[in-house]
Design a protein around this ligand. Structure first.
Ligand SMILES: [Mn+2]
Length: 386
């Protein structure tokens, strides 16, 4: 029995270039690559560990690309089994987009708002699955004791959680609490980087996200895993993805001359998509217009898709979406971006605006602000400017 494990595809996202159509298409393209791998490897099933979509209300364009790829799996007789991540979960009485895919017949939602236990009949036998969707960590502790192990020869745990073993904030449970060793494989999602460990003979795996959504997630390699359960111990092989977009980070730039020297060395691989470029100055910048004209030229020549800038002092940061410049309609997003002049601050303001009826969300944002001094500085500067 062979299955493919993928997670955190965030279809519909265009981060870190909010509003960029080209960037949005990247996420669909790499998801389609994952589907092609599954078909090529003739897997029994694809298991998706949550955050299939970036938003619980995907746009028609997002549904279009998602269903188009998933139909290739259906045509090959490969079930697509998915759980909800925090991004796929319906708010209040709304419906999860995963229900739509299920109704169309291109996916089976294993768990959306509650854990569930299944025994699924696959081409080469029965697979028992304990499926655990995302929940806030404090609510999660109530679930741990109630997780039911499936009655089947082959058993896997599928969950959208942050493991305590990662030593990151907002963690859900440890491997002992999850009883990981009672399963043949533990398929995880939520953490966006590749990570794996073993407990006894059980592999515990995060394949990571299929596209980076911010600078911290940037990596030259992104993966899915192929998991073979036909032997006594699960055999895991990592499959490198090739169709994701690279981030190039140029750090510690002193001045315009230094930037020119560093950019001269910038080459994108022949078969690669033009990268997203981050330029980070170590000194305050005197000539932003010079910097911008250099980078705009690289965009025009197709060497990079777009760029982001940062520097000490006046924390200037920029993202420009060239293809949309002419016909961009006036949206709440574009107004907030224009007014704040800083994408990071704009994202936060938009989150506050969108969730102003939701006290929990506002509290979360305030807490995040307290932890991120640099953002507070940026906002202070903006307020002083106005
Ligand atoms: Mn995610």
């Amino acid at each position: 029995m062979l299955f493919l494990h993928v997670s955190d595809t965030h279809l519909g996202s265009s981060k870190p270039l909010s509003g960029s159509k080209a960037r949005e298409l990247d996420f669909y393209d790499v998801f389609d690559e994952v589907v092609d791998i599954a078909v090529r490897e003739r897997v029994d099933a694809v298991i998706h560990c949550g955050d299939l979509f970036d938003n619980y209300e995907p746009s028609p364009r997002t549904y279009y690309h998602t269903v188009k790829s998933l139909k290739k799996l259906s045509a090959a007789g490969i079930p697509f089994l998915v759980i909800a991540g925090g991004h796929d979960q319906p708010k209040r009485a709304e419906m999860s987009p995963l229900k739509v895919l299920e109704e169309v017949g291109v996916a089976k939602a294993l768990a959306i708002s509650e854990p569930a236990t299944h025994v699924v009949s696959l081409r080469s036998g029965e697979l028992g699955i304990t499926a655990v969707p995302y929940s806030p960590p404090n609510a999660f502790s109530g679930w741990i004791g109630r997780l039911k192990r499936p009655e089947a020869g082959r058993k896997i745990l599928v969950a959208h959680i942050m493991l305590k073993e990662l030593n990151l904030p907002e963690s859900h449970a440890s491997l002992d609490e999850l009883k990981a060793v009672e399963y043949d494989y533990v398929a995880l999602g939520h953490y966006h980087m590749k990570y794996s460990i073993r407990r006894n003979s059980t592999p515990i795996v995060y394949p990571g996200s299929t596209e980076a959504q911010d600078r911290r997630e940037a990596s030259d390699e992104r993966f899915v895993t192929l998991v073979d359960l036909s032997t006594r111990e699960a055999v895991v092989s990592w499959v490198k993805l090739s169709r994701f977009r690279r981030f190039v980070i140029v750090e510690g730039v002193r001045d315009l001359g230094d930037l020119d020297r560093r950019l001269a060395k910038l080459v994108t691989g022949v078969d690669e998509k033009p990268a997203i470029l981050y330029v980070e100055f170590s000194e305050p910048v005197k000539r932003w217009d010079g910097v911008r004209s250099r980078l705009n030229e690289l965009v025009r020549r197709g060497v990079i898709l777009n760029y982001k800038l940062s520097a000490p002092g006046i924390a200037e940061s920029e993202e420009r979406v060239y293809e949309d410049l002419r016909e961009a309609p006036l949206s709440l997003e574009s107004v907030v971006y224009e007014a704040s002049g800083d994408p990071e601050v704009a994202e936060l303001l938009l989150e506050i605006i969108r969730n102003s009826g939701n006290r929990e969300a506002v509290e979360k944002i305030v807490n995040e602000l307290l932890e991120r001094e640099r953002l507070v500085e940026k906002i202070e500067k903006l307020v002083r400017k106005k």
